[in-house]
Design a protein around this ligand. Sequence first.
Ligand code: AMP
Length: 231
Amino acid sequence: MATAAKRWRLVLFGRPGSGKSSLGESIAAGFGFTLVRTGELLRDAVKRGDSLGLEVDRLLRQGRLVSDELIGGLIEPILRELQHADVLFDGYPRSIGQVPQLEAFERKLGFRVDTYLEIAVDRDAAVRRMGGRRVCSVCGATYHLLTRPPRVEGVCDLDQAPLETRRDDSVEVIARRQQVYEEVTGPVVEYYRSHDPSRFRSVDGGRTHDEVNRDALRALGLADAPTTRGS
Ligand code: AMP
């Protein structure tokens, strides 16, 4: 969305398995947003295999969150680089300590989040969905065996690299991540719902991909925005 002055800052919330990542990808592709996915940044750190990566790997395997300080340090240079881009946050802020951290970035870097959007899905439905998730081993694009299969089985549509199951999508880790979401991120969502209702929206994520997409675009104020896709 290459308009002159206004720069968009949107935040997506949703428990693991809510469809949040797929929605973020389609908004980014459709409207020219840059996705800032803290989970992806952390997985990149793991791939680099340095001492930070090893520590992050240990926490991710347990389905635990990394510290607010580490996330802040990871995200700040990226936000500086993206001052002139439209940004969609996926996975941040994720703990109550990251709320004032984001507010401090808003002040320091001179932006304001437009909308906080929750994709609301119940736990059982989210757990069922997570079992079918596959991600591209190279670009990180997200697929689902039932709801969003790749054109060719096991292969990414975008770069033809093999798809893989995320290491933190095992049954035990899925349960742990649901619990972490409820205990740690739930209060963040409730904070915005009650303290900042004019910027907070929630859509029912328990329906088809297209229905959720449509409602989400409306809630984010993007329903009438020009798309970067040809259609
Ligand atoms: P995601 O890809 O968003 O599901 O994130 C994968 C994992 O990365 C999470 O289960 C957390 O362990 C970690 N993570 C991602 N974002 C954050 C964050 N903002 N704060 C702390 N840990 C995070």
